[in-house]
Each structure stands twice: as structure tokens, then as C-alpha cells.
Design a protein around this ligand. Structure first.
Ligand SMILES: [Zn+2]
Length: 1004
């Protein structure tokens, strides 16, 4: 899912435009068998890059798992039409096992995608093509199902594997079609129904194990297809077809034809980035609807992506959602099984190093697995893998995967076919697909084992919303308004003003979509330097005064703006969407000065405005929810022994009705004492600092860090400052402004210095490819900080650096306290007596405040602050790890990814509503962390096992009397309603590390 940054593709656009004629090829260099003669000659429909048959053995340094005859070895990417004809032939070869679906014909109204303008047809958005009727070439949408159709579907486990949703990431599609062929071939051979053309002897063992490297741990292919139905889907035809050689140029596209990232377009529980307008695109809406129609609840799925290159060849990313412990264990079994299989399956390649090789060994690790943030260092909303995982989506075990050298510029410019890497893509993705199917069919151990009886303190707090749904009135007789086709040109200032009608005019519009298509070459253009906007004229004004397109001024309200993730993909299409548009005057316009508009669009933009009965995007208004982090304990109880986990109330503890000493462990999660609340501090924030211009930054030279091993001193500039505890600093925003040109990339890091070692710890960053970089921290802890500005590929110096403090409280509403500080002291005394009497007291998140109520440390030494996601760094000093500590047991598992400074994410921000972006898309750090001052903690004799930023202890233990208190500062916060969450909220979002740390803490 990696978005390529500008720096990595420096000058790509200019180079590409020069290269178009040279890259045009005729004729495919891939042999896909679509008739009996070719199939007989090749041995497979889709022969592998390392195909070596009929030789009986593969040569050294090449994949022993490759299929097909050497004469047909693939030398290029499979094209969209190759995929269609190859899978059609495969369906004829193995009709009992393969069902190839064309969505509009099999699930829709049967419209012709080449000509339909319907927003609900199962067709792609359409690849831009100037001069073609409707300006777009819409494609049919396909998926293929592999199962044993002689066995009833009832009770079968269902899996979905989306292939190359980002068109430039070919690894998924290359592997998926070949996995389809493996499964159907092996199952047909096993059932002895393969036709005379199929050489079953050539396939090795029949029945064939799914896991070719560990046959003894594997189901057979025939068994797997009797018990499962496996769907491979092709969600991005436009992005794929732009790179096919019959489209003139080898320049695959991340986006669909509307210039929209389909992997940001899926609805999901929790925080949602508004500009993504979930389910606005026909591909996502179409596949989503069809998959949900097949069955409401699926078993698993992996969204197969690519990336340029990283420390590991492949990253397996666990999706973000509310996962109970059973689901956590099931997914771990799959990813660890896939990891183990891949370690063996990829070892033929000289570029892959074993898991125990040194970090500075220049080869790549095979596979690492972890949360999205632990692997690729950012996370996102609207991803397909999360939708697969979400109860709003397929409610299955959802995973994403990234494979290296499967991205634009994998060989310099464009996407090159690198034979050895393509074989690794095929092998690695088969490993994932087969491991998920195999391990889901095998039982796993889902018992949460800790000793003794465990009490948790119940908090009655819930977040509740009865919802406000946006629904389209049903059985409307009225038809939507007629479509509008026009042009945006210099003559009309790239603005088209029109009227949206209503029921008074005998029309009904549920949705409106405006699609723009500029002059382009094979769907490549510089159009992405402009931004399309749909705006509504506000009522009550005599004449629409123009504050400028995209100004969102008093006169024109922006309904929807094209979200421009990056201009480097040279997308030629843009689209904007609105729902239930009120009748009135509207306009569609492009931003950018006239010169930019002309240069970027070729001077003329085709504009299609289409109206629909249905919503144009899946705006739910506000879905209802009722959530509490206490649900975590209800769910955990299911995985523990009967009567082992007991709910206690603070009232019963305070009154003596419950004696805590009956419990081996007591957990207080987040709410320190239910009913007791603290008011936020009053007073002014410290003065802001502004550098205009930041002269030191301007004097740096570009270095495209971190592709080079060390950061050269000429590449960055530091601005140091202090966060002063004498002020009321509720928010800190650091913002760097640089002029927006095609390539001008500056990155921003905010770091805080350890008072113990002097080591710097990153607390925030903004490293997008846009001109403004900003990051916000809530209640930053006092200390010495620095802003580090890195000149990635700066072409124009930044104009301003702002270090802004605010005293505006940004946390959740605080209810008036129903308890006194005497209550809090009595409560603290009870907890202290429990620990001193030999108990194991576990305090998580906001419950760390009990250390003050217990009289262990002063309240001022307990800090709360925000991070990008909930995490613990398994280090005391920023350098050495603490993995050997009992509280860190099993955190550092074989193949597990870690972030900087031994960081492991403990909870996911998005499902429980914590924002990861501000309204402009810059990093926003809102996930709450609670910590004890590490120096004070250790002076008391406390052991620090984990920290979150410098000298803030978030995992550790302090002996008290004959017992102990343990802290976990980031685990189970209450969800938040502070940020946009139209699809509702999850109750909790522990990661696998979160579960592990809790289990360790509950093991005295
Ligand atoms: Zn991707």
C-alpha cells in the first residue's frame, strides 16, 4: 500500500514524457496458453518466470517451485487481456474447480461497460483517453473462484485475495492467476478428473500438499477446495491497463481512472479521513457489494500489494480492528505459518538472507510481519485489508502484504519486469495464500493462560450515539437529472457553473459525480498538479461573488475536493462526489493559476457531470454505536477458564464488600477511579516561535534520505526548543511551509531528548510529498526538543517554520467528578494494601494515576501525552533492547517487525476513533499514552522495561511490600468521539503485542 514519495521518483515525470515513444512495444512477451496446442506445449496456462520443465530439476539460484515448460517462461507482465483469456481457458480446462466471473454479466444488469454511463454498473471508472466518446475507456470487472463445485457451498470457508489494487504493484496479480492454476490443477489431478492435456505426473506428489515446503503440516489441494472457496479479485483494471503494452507505454497507475486510490476508498469503523469519501468508486463499491452478497461473514483474506524496497523483501501487515483474543491467535498462526513457509520457499534467491543474518548484511530479510505501523511506519484509513477484517465489511481475518521491487521505478523509471524478482513475487504470494487457507483449516490454541484468579475494576463509562443516518428515499418515481457534458478551458477560466434541479423540477438526485479528463497521452498527463472542486453557491446572495475556486468562502461552499495524494503518478483523471445535493447553483472548477491549469491539462478538460438515484459515495451520516473499553474483558473472559476473570466495582472495593486479596492479579484499566475526574489545567500556553524564513534549512542540500545509509550534515537543519512545564501547553503544532511546485520535498521530524542519556527520541514527524509538513502533539511532556528539517529534494527553500503552542484543551469532555479527593486517597490505600499484601496490581493507561492516589509518586510525575499510535519502545535508553525481561517475554518473535528504538505498537488508533491525520492530511498524533517519569520511577526502585519517548516509563514493575505494581501505559484507552467517525467506533484495538504484554503482566 506504499505511497511513493516525490523524492524517490525525482524527475520521473519529465523523464517519462521523453521516453514514451521508446517504451512502446508491440506483441506480448508473455506466453499465456489460451488453446490446447499452446497449453500442451507449455504445460501450464501461466508459466512462471523460472519455468524449467521438462527438465526434472531446477538449476541453482532459481526457484525449485516454478511451474511450466522452460520454452514458455514468462518474460513480461501478464496483461489485462492475457488474464481474461488465460482464466477463461483455465475455466474450460477445469470446469469443476474454476468459475470466472464478469461482474456486470454475473451480478449486474448486463450493461456493456464500453458504453454505459451508469454509476452503479460493475465497470471500472474508465481509463482517460482524450477524444474517445465519454472520454474514458471503462473495463469489465472480473474475479475468479476456485473451489470444488461438486461439494455444496454450505459450510465452506470463504477467502478473498485482491490482486494489485494499486496498478503499479504487479506482484499480486502475477501470483494470483498462478495460484488459481496450481489449486485447480492439483485438485483435478487428485480427483482424477484432469483431461488428457494435463500432465499430472509433472506436478509432483498427487495428492499435492498446499504447503509445498512443509508437506507434513499441510492439507492437500483437493481437501482444501472441498472445504473452502477461494476468490481472487482484480480491483483495478484502469491502473493495470494503463501499463499494458497495447496502451503505448509501460506506465502502470496506482489509481483507477478517476485518479482515486482505491485502497483509501473502503468504509471502516473508527476514525475516517473525510476527503477519501468511502465507496465513491465503482470498483470498490462493486466488489464490496458482490462479496457481501456472496456471504455476510467470510473467513480470511489478504490484500496483496507491492512496495519499492525495504529491509525485508516482504512485509505481512496485520489489519487494524477490534480483535478478540481468538482472532488474534488465529491470525498469528497464519502469519507465522506463512513466515516459516516463506523462509524456506524464498531461500533459493541470492538476494534473500535468513532471519538471523546481521542487519547490515546487504541482502534483504525474507519476510517480516507486524502491525502496519511497525512494518511500513505509517498507517491509513480506508484500506481494503481493514475492510476485509472489519465487521462492517467481511468480518474475516484481514491482512495486507507488501512485496519489494513491485512498484513504479523498481528499475529506475517506470515498472520493469525483473525476472528473478517476479519469481519471488509469485513464490512469496503463493506462500501467503496457501498458508492462510491451510492454517485456517487447522485448529489453533486460543486459550488466554495466566495463573490464578484475576479481577478487573469495572468502569460504567460508555460512549453512545443513536445515529443520524443519511438514507436515500426509496421507490422514488422521479428520475435523476440528465447528464451534462462540457469542457473546462481558459475561455471559461476552467470553471463550469450549472444548476442542480430538484423535485420541483420533477427530478430526484441521490448523488452527483463530476469526472474530469484532460488532454493526455495514453492516460498519462500532468493534470495532477491541479485540483478539481465541486462547490455550491450559498443561498441569500444576489450574485455569486468569487473568492476563487476552492476558497470555501462565504459565497461558495466546497462540497467535495479531489484528494490529491501525490502528483507523481501522472494521473489524467479526477472525480468529485456529492450526495443528496440541494437544488441550486453549483460549479465545478480547477485550482491553480491559469498558466498551471493550461500546462497541466493541455488547455482543455472534458467534464462529465452525472446524476444518480443512489448516493455517489457511502456517506452514512453517523452510524449508531455504543462502545466501552470494558467490552475487552467480556471478550477475554471467553478465552479464560470459567470464573477466572471477575468483574469488581470500585464501590464494593471501597466498602469492603470485595476483598481484593482473594485475587492473584487485579487490573485497573484507563479509568483510575470510576467517578473521579480531574479538570484540565488553566493558564496560558508558552509563546510560539516562528522562523520566517528558516534560514538554516534554506542552506541545506538535497539528500533523499533515508535511502543513503547516514544522514549527511549538509542535508538537515535543527531548531531546538524547550517545552516549559510552567505553561499550560495543551497542543504543540510544528509546521513547515514550502512553495508547492512539482518537486519540492522537505521533511519534518520532532524529537525529544532524554535527560538520562542525551539520546533523541522521535515524537512526531511529517514526511509527505506535499509542500506543507505539519505534525501536532497533544499535551507534550516538558523537556528539551528539536525540530529536524530534512532536505529530501528541496528545489525551493521553505518560507516558514512555526512552533506553535496552544492552551486549547483537545481531549474528551470531562464529566464533573462524583468523588472527592478523599475518595481517591481511600481508593489508593486499598490498591496499595492489596499490592503490599502480595498482590499483582496491573495499571493500564489512565489508571497509572493511581500511583499518585497510592502515594507512590507525586501526580506531577505521571504524564499523559499523545503519539501517532499506542506503543511501547522496548528500551530503557533508546539503544539497547529489553526483550529478555519477563515483562517483554515473546514480544520479539521470529520474523516480528519492530519500529525505531525497538518500538512495538500496542493498540491501533483508527478503530477506536483516534485521528492520524489533520484536515489537510498531515500527521496528527492523538493516541493517548500514560507514563511515569523514568528517573523518579527508578529512584523508587522501579524497573523500566519499556518507554514511550525519552525518559517516560510505560512498561515496568515496582515492588511494594510483598507484592508489586506493574504499569502498561498504552494498551486499552477508552475510544474517543473527538474525531470524524461516521461508521461508528470499535470498543478496543489491542495489537498482538498488546495482548502479549498484558499476558506477561498478569503472570506474576
Ligand atoms: Zn499498495
Amino acid at each position: 500500500m506504499h505511497a511513493l514519495r516525490t523524492g524517490a521518483a525525482f524527475g520521473l515525470a519529465a523523464l517519462f514524457l521523453l521516453l514514451i515513444p521508446g517504451t512502446a512495444k508491440t506483441g506480448s512477451q508473455v506466453t499465456v496458453a489460451t488453446d490446447d496446442t499452446t497449453y500442451a506445449a507449455c504445460g501450464r496456462v501461466f508459466s512462471d518466470p523460472h519455468a524449467y520443465w521438462p527438465s526434472s530439476a531446477q538449476s541453482a539460484g532459481r526457484s525449485p517451485f516454478a511451474k511450466g515448460n522452460a520454452a514458455c517462461a514468462a518474460k513480461d507482465f501478464i496483461s489485462y487481456s492475457d488474464m481474461v483469456s488465460g482464466l477463461s481457458y483455465l475455466e474450460g480446462l477445469f470446469p469443476r474447480f474454476v468459475e470466472f466471473y464478469r461482474l456486470e454479466q454475473d451480478f449486474g444488469a448486463g450493461a456493456d461497460c464500453a458504453s454505459t454511463v451508469s454509476l452503479t454498473a460493475y465497470c471500472s471508472a474508465g481509463l482517460p483517453r482524450q477524444g474517445v466518446p465519454n472520454q474514458r475507456v471503462r473495463s469489465d470487472l472480473y474475479m475468479v473462484r476456485v473451489t470444488d463445485e461438486s461439494v455444496s457451498d454450505k459450510g465452506k470457508k470463504l477467502f478473498v485475495f485482491p490482486l494489485s489494487i494499486h496498478g503499479i504493484e504487479r506482484a499480486g496479480a502475477e501470483a494470483g492467476v498462478r495460484a488459481t492454476e496450481d489449486l485447480s490443477t492439483w485438485a483435478a489431478c487428485e480427483a482424477k478428473v484432469a483431461g488428457p492435456l494435463v500432465n499430472c505426473a509433472r506436478e509432483g506428489a498427487i495428492p499435492h500438499p498446499l504447503m509445498e515446503t512443509t508437506p507434513s503440516a499441510s492439507v492437500t489441494a483437493g481437501d482444501a477446495l472441498r472445504r473452502t472457496a477461494i476468490y481472487f479479485v482484480f480491483p483495478n483494471p484502469d491502473g493495470w491497463r494503463r501499463g499494458d503494452i497495447d496502451n503505448l507505454a509501460r506506465f502502470y497507475q496506482r489509481y483507477n481512472g478517476n485518479g482515486v486510490d482505491a485502497n483509501r476508498d473502503w468504509p471502516s469503523l473508527g476514525y475516517t479521513f473525510d476527503p477519501y469519501t468511502p465507496w465513491s468508486e465503482p470498483e470498490t463499491k462493486g466488489f464490496g457489494k458482490v462479496l457481501k452478497q456472496i456471504r455476510g461473514k467470510w473467513d480470511g483474506g489478504i490484500d496483496l500489494h507491492g512496495q519499492l524496497i525495504d529491509r525485508a523483501f516482504s512485509f505481512t501487515l496485520l489489519g487494524a480492528s477490534e480483535r478478540n483474543y481468538a482472532k488474534n491467535q488465529r491470525i498469528l498462526q497464519t502469519v507465522k505459518g506463512a513466515w516459516q513457509d516463506a523462509e524456506a520457499r524464498l531461500s533459493w534467491s541470492p538476494v534473500i538472507k535468513p532471519n538471523d543474518a546481521a542487519q547490515d548484511d546487504p541482502r534483504l530479510y525474507g519476510v517480516q510481519w507486524g502491525t502496519v505501523w511497525d512494518t511500513i511506519d505509517y498507517t491509513t484509513t480506508g484500506a481494503l485489508g481493514d475492510w476485509i477484517d472489519s465487521p462492517l465489511g467481511l468480518d474475516a481475518d484481514g491482512i495486507d502484504n507488501e512485496m519489494s521491487m513491485s512498484h513504479i521505478s523498481n528499475c529506475g523509471v517506470g515498472s520493469c519486469y525483473l525476472t528473478d524478482f517476479e519469481q519471488l513475487h509469485v513464490d512469496g504470494n503463493k506462500s501467503l495464500v496457501y498458508a492462510m487457507v491451510n492454517y485456517t483449516l487447522q485448529p489453533e490454541d486460543t486459550a488466554f493462560r495466566v495463573p490464578g484468579k484475576v479481577a478487573y475494576v469495572y468502569s460504567p463509562k460508555v460512549l453512545e450515539n443513536s445515529g443520524r443516518l443519511v438514507t436515500i428515499p426509496k421507490s422514488r418515481k422521479l428520475q435523476p437529472q440528465a447528464p451534462i457534458h462540457t469542457q473546462l478551458t481558459p475561455a471559461n477560466d476552467f470553471t463550469h457553473t450549472f444548476t442542480i434541479k430538484g423535485t420541483a423540477d420533477n427530478v430526484f438526485n441521490g448523488g452527483v459525480e463530476a469526472k474530469a479528463t484532460p488532454v493526455n497521452v495514453a492516460a498519462v498527463s500532468g493534470f495532477s498538479l491541479t485540483k478539481l472542486s465541486l462547490e455550491r453557491y450559498r443561498f441569500g446572495e444576489a450574485t455569486p461573488e468569487d473568492g476563487g475556486c476552492n476558497a470555501d468562502d462565504d459565497n461558495w461552499e466546497v462540497v467535495n475536493q479531489y484528494y490529491n495524494q501525490s502528483s507523481i503518478y501522472l494521473q489524467a483523471g479526477q472525480a468529485v462526489h456529492g450526495n443528496m445535493p440541494l437544488p441550486g447553483v453549483y460549479r465545478v472548477c480547477l485550482t491553480g493559476g491559469l498558466a498551471t491549469q493550461i500546462a497541466a491539462s493541455g488547455g482543455s478538460v472534458e467534464l462529465d457531470i452525472t446524476f444518480s438515484k443512489q448516493k455517489a459515495w457511502e456517506d452514512p451520516g453517523q452510524k449508531p454505536y455504543r462502545v466501552t473499553n470494558m467490552k475487552f474483558f467480556d471478550d477475554l473472559n471467553q478465552q479464560m477458564s470459567a470464573n477466572q476473570l471477575v468483574k469488581v466495582t470500585s464501590d464494593d472495593v471501597l466498602s469492603g464488600a470485595v476483598d481484593l486479596s482473594a485475587f492473584t492479579s487485579v487490573v485497573v484499566a484507563d479509568e483510575a477511579l470510576p467517578g473521579y475526574s480531574e479538570q484540565p489545567p488553566a493558564g496560558a500556553a508558552q509563546p510560539s516561535e516562528v522562523y520566517e524564513p528558516p534560514a538554516k534549512a534554506a542552506a541545506t542540500a538535497p539528500c533523499a534520505w533515508p535511502t543513503s545509509p547516514a544522514l549527511p550534515p549538509t542535508c538537515y537543519a535543527d531548531y531546538e526548543f524547550d517545552v516549559n512545564p510552567a505553561f499550560n501547553n495543551q497542543q504543540l503544532t510544528v509546521r513547515l511551509t514550502a512553495p508547492d511546485t512539482g518537486v519540492n520535498d522537505w521533511d519534518l521530524y520532532v524529537e525529544r531528548q532524554s535527560r538520562i542519556t542525551g539520546e533523541w527520541f522521535q515524537v512526531g514527524k511529517s514526511a509527505s510529498s506535499s509542500s506543507v509538513e505539519a505534525t501536532t502533539l497533544l499535551t507534550p511532556p516538558a523537556g528539551h526538543y528539536r525540530v529536524r528539517i530534512i532536505n529530501w529534494s528541496g528545489t525551493v527553500p521553505p518560507s516558514k517554520l512555526e512552533i506553535l503552542f496552544s492552551n486549547v484543551y483537545a481531549g474528551p469532555p470531562i464529566a464533573p467528578s462524583t468523588r472527592t479527593s478523599a475518595d481517591a486517597q481511600a481508593w489508593g490505600a486499598k490498591l496499595r494494601a492489596y499490592a503490599e499484601g502480595g498482590g499483582n496490581l496491573v495499571l493500564t493507561d489512565g489508571a497509572l494515576r493511581n500511583l499518585a492516589h497510592m502515594g507512590v509518586v507525586g501526580r506531577s510525575l505521571i504524564n499523559t501525552f499523545s503519539a501517532y499510535a499506542g506503543y511501547i519502545g522496548f528500551t530503557r535508553d533508546g539503544q539497547t533492547d529489553t526483550y529478555s525481561d519477563a515483562l517483554a517475554h515473546n514480544v520479539n518473535q521470529p520474523g516480528a517487525a519492530e519500529g525505531d528504538q525497538h518500538r512495538h505498537q500496542t493498540y491501533e488508533p483508527v478503530p477506536i476513533g483516534y485521528a492520524i491525520q489533520d484536515e489537510d492530511g498531515a500527521d496528527f498524533n492523538s493516541s493517548p499514552i500514560w507514563a511515569v517519569d523514568q528517573i523518579a520511577w527508578e529512584q523508587l526502585g522501579g524497573r523500566t522495561v519499556g518507554t514511550t519517548t525519552a525518559d517516560q516509563a510505560t512498561l515496568g514493575e515496582l515492588r511494594l511490600g510483598s507484592g508489586k505494581v506493574r504499569i502498561i501505559g498504552a494498551l486499552l484507552p477508552m475510544p474517543t468521539e473527538q474525531y470524524y467517525h461516521p461508521f461508528g467506533l470499535a470498543n478496543y484495538s489491542l495489537t498482538y503485542t498488546g495482548y502479549q504484554v498484558l499476558q506477561n503482566a498478569l503472570t506474576p
